[in-house]
Design a protein around this ligand. Structure first.
Ligand code: ZN
Length: 337
């Protein structure tokens, strides 16, 4: 099927190991040129907006679908690309709708943010995307429905202690900042476990003065905390006593497009797995701007590894995703949902 050939063609850009289509490089431009060609073959009117987003429309472009073609360095074959090739296929089959390929998703949804500020918004938006996690594989489900895109809070905690000679200061009475930080790291994990679908991660630690024979005096840890709705995110942040340096609000997906996708799953006898998206997506930007939006997740294999050449989805799952996306697009454009 040509969907697979197109995924191969996009993946071959850069010519090395992994997808190498970093935003703003020739790799992303080349991918946009390929997609523009496929849109023209599909009979779509192709345009490029001020920030380089690629749009292909039919004469009835009320419902939009799409994703991004930029990648991280040495990224996977499916992240973004799957949603674009599936979108072109779905719009061609239905003969209605529009396809959007947003620029520069990986560094913060730059293209979709410019798009929603730029003027007329779609009536509805659908994004198919590889799950990038292990939930669907564990549930033995080829496809899933994102019910929300998580909110993210990032911050730092600093622990102060007292430096001293690692050999001469007795254990009783020490004030070791890293021991306090270590207890906090465990608390971060435990707090997230207590809240459904929340996750929290300490990914960076700075230790001062940072010598093997000196008791740590000051330790800074980073915290990345995520939850699918505001109530859970607030609870997690309070539990972690975290001051946010960065906060992105959670975004719920909309009932109508979710139900159109769900009806297609049910019609095919597929299990309906609902899950939050733990990663940010262009769909979150559209939803945040008030566009009724839904995401169709496609099962990741190999434990959900992503942003890596090992990222994998089965060809038959990709085919199912195209069918379900096509069916949902038809329901939403024809008003038969
Ligand atoms: Zn992506």
């Amino acid at each position: 099927m040509r969907v697979h050939e197109r995924l191969d063609e996009l993946y071959a850009i850069g010519g090395g190991v992994g997808a190498n289509r970093v935003a703003g490089t020739e790799g992303e431009d080349r991918a946009h040129e390929l997609a523009a060609g496929w849109m023209r073959e599909a009979g779509l009117a192709v345009e490029v907006d001020a920030v380089g987003n690629l749009i292909g429309r039919t004469a009835e472009p009320s419902v939009w679908t799409g994703s991004h073609l930029d990648s991280v360095p040495f990224g996977g074959k499916f992240d973004g690309a799957l949603g674009v090739v599936a979108a072109i296929e779905a719009v061609e089959r239905v003969g209605k709708g529009a396809v959007a390929v947003f620029r520069d998703e990986e560094r913060g949804c730059v293209g979709s943010m410019a798009f929603v500020e730029g003027g007329v918004l779609p009536e509805c938006f659908l994004e198919a995307h590889i799950e990038q996690g292990p939930v669907l594989e564990r549930a033995a489900a080829p496809l899933g429905l994102a019910m929300s895109i998580v909110g993210i809070v990032r911050g730092e905690r600093t622990f102060e202690g007292r430096a001293g000679h690692a050999g001469t200061v007795p254990m009783p009475g020490r004030n070791d900042a890293l021991v306090a930080a270590a207890e906090y790291v465990l608390r971060v994990r435990d707090a997230a476990i207590q809240i459904d679908d929340a996750v929290a991660t300490v990914g960076q630690i700075d230790v001062e003065p940072g010598a093997a024979n000196v008791i740590p005096e000051r330790v800074r840890v980073s915290v990345d905390a995520r939850a699918p709705d505001r109530e859970r995110l607030d609870r997690l942040v309070a539990e972690l006593q975290l001051e946010a340096d960065f906060r992105l609000e959670p975004v719920p997906m909309a009932e109508r497009p979710i139900n159109a996708l769900r009806a297609e799953l049910v019609e095919r006898g597929l299990p309906v797995v609902e899950l939050p998206s733990g990663a940010g997506h262009d769909a979150a930007v559209l939803a945040g701007a008030g566009v009724p939006t839904a995401m169709l997740f496609v099962r990741s294999l190999s434990g959900g590894i992503s942003h890596s050449p090992q990222e994998e989805s089965a060809p038959e799952d990709v085919d199912l995703a195209v069918e379900v996306l096509t069916g949902a697009l038809r329901r939403l454009t024809d008003g038969t949902d």
